[in-house]
Write a protein that binds this ligand. Structure first.
Ligand SMILES: [Cu+2]
Length: 423
């Protein structure tokens, strides 16, 4: 049979099939190639790891508290080092018919125990969290309990992303076909306590392309929009069991930062009326419908700070440290943010970059090993947001040259008074 006859006859009989002996060889070849993988898997499974992780229940006592929050506690533009100019004063200057930089907010805050009598002091590492709630941590395999006390004058809740919950711990009111017992978590009444319980299965932990930990957010979902603008948002980190320290932090990371970029629209806050009654010099002269007043309440903030007021001391790291940045967006359609680091690069989503993209409620993890000491800008790259003050500075210290190294690394900590009194 000549080859010129072969092709037409194959077409007539349908698709081409590999001869069976070739398929058999292929399968045997693949099995042979994978054999070392199988063997190593068996070997590691039979020898207990040095730091075998023992799953545990981690309990957090978190209150929703009413707090006066100042977006610019230093009273000046820390990016320019100058007083606020007219453009910045639009957002920060209190006046007869302007609220200024301080607003009533609802914030998640951590307490020491179930009596909710004592706030848990924020560690030095957590000072940068600002408006964000406490970091909830767990490793894969753990159980998380959040004992939530609503100290507000309206209902609120805790709704988490990522971890496993049933209807009694979803924290969101809607018709899901369940009965009253499954709705107690949706809207926790003022002055009452509710305990949420979450499991942390594999699917809540790092995926194949992730590092040793992933961030999820938690927020109140009782009045989803109002609660967001009131400020009820916080971060949660789930670490791979094999990489978790006792406190849940990833053991291949030296320092972590949690950063939320948000145009906090105080016009949509449940406290708008009370803020108008309290902060302007002449509340009666405020026209809530005026465009200028509305603009003055759009706080283009990072963790609740504008124009570099996120304290530099809390954004300080050492050259060569393994730094993990957890970034999140929130808000509405103006909340497309592109955080950009000057001076150093990161890997995010498996790629090298110095800009990441955030949309409302997206979460991105970025790893940095800073090699370039100095005080550096870290800002949203959207032009309108730059003008409105969505800017932060971070500092890389050269530990080998504590007196200045290349001249721009150290000193000049602007201890610009944070709300917690940390300097
Ligand atoms: Cu932005």
């Amino acid at each position: 049979m000549g080859s010129h006859e072969l092709t037409p006859s194959r077409r007539g009989r349908g698709p081409f099939y590999w001869p069976r002996w070739i398929l058999l060889l292929l399968v045997l070849g693949i099995l042979a190639a994978l054999t070392p993988v199988f063997l190593s898997g068996v070997a590691t499974a039979t020898v207990p790891a040095k730091n075998q992780y023992v799953p545990q229940t981690r309990t957090y006592f978190i209150g929703a508290d009413e707090v006066d929050w100042n977006y610019a506690p230093s009273g000046k533009n820390q990016i320019t080092g100058e007083p606020f100019d007219d453009a910045a004063a639009v957002f920060t200057q209190q006046g007869p018919d302007r609220i200024g930089s301080t607003y009533i907010k609802s914030l998640y805050r951590e307490y020491t125990d179930a009596s909710f009598g004592t706030l848990k002091p924020r560690s030095a590492a957590d000072q940068h969290l600002g408006m964000l709630g406490p970091v909830i941590r767990a490793a894969v395999g753990d159980t998380i309990k959040v004992v939530f006390k609503n100290n507000l004058d309206r209902a609120a809740a805790v709704h988490v992303h990522g971890v496993f919950y049933d209807k009694r711990s979803e924290g969101a009111p809607y018709d899901d076909g369940t009965g009253p017992a499954d709705h107690a978590d949706d809207a926790v009444a003022p002055g009452t306590v509710y305990t949420y319980s979450y499991k942390v299965p594999d699917r809540a932990g790092p995926g194949p392309m992730d590092g040793s930990s992933v961030m999820w957010m938690y927020h109140s979902h009782t009045d989803e929009v109002g609660d967001d603008y009131a400020g009820l948002v916080g971060p949660m980190v789930i670490t791979k069991a094999s990489a978790a320290r006792a406190d849940g932090t990833p053991n291949d990371v030296d320092r972590e930062f949690f950063v939320q970029f948000k145009v906090s629209d105080e016009n949509a806050s449940p406290y708008l009326e009370r803020n108008i009654a309290r902060f302007p010099g002449n509340p009666g002269s405020v026209d809530p419908a005026s465009e200028e007043f509305g603009e003055s309440n759009l706080m283009h903030s990072v963790n609740g700070y504008v124009f570099g007021n996120l304290p530099l001391d809390s954004m300080t790291m050492k050259k060569g440290e393994r730094v993990r940045w957890y970034l999140m967006g929130m808000g509405t359609e103006v909340d497309l943010h592109t955080p950009h680091w000057h001076g150093n690069t990161v890997t995010a989503l498996g790629m090298r970059t110095d800009v990441v993209s955030l949309l409302p409620a997206t979460m991105v993890t970025a790893d940095m090993v800073p090699d370039d000491p100095g005080i550096w800008l870290f800002h949203c790259h959207v032009n309108d947001h730059i003008s409105a003050g969505m800017l932060v500075r971070y500092r890389v210290i050269d530990a080998d040259h504590p007196d200045g190294g290349n001249g721009n690394g150290n000193g000049n900590g602007n201890g610009n008074g944070s709300q917690s009194g940390h300097h």
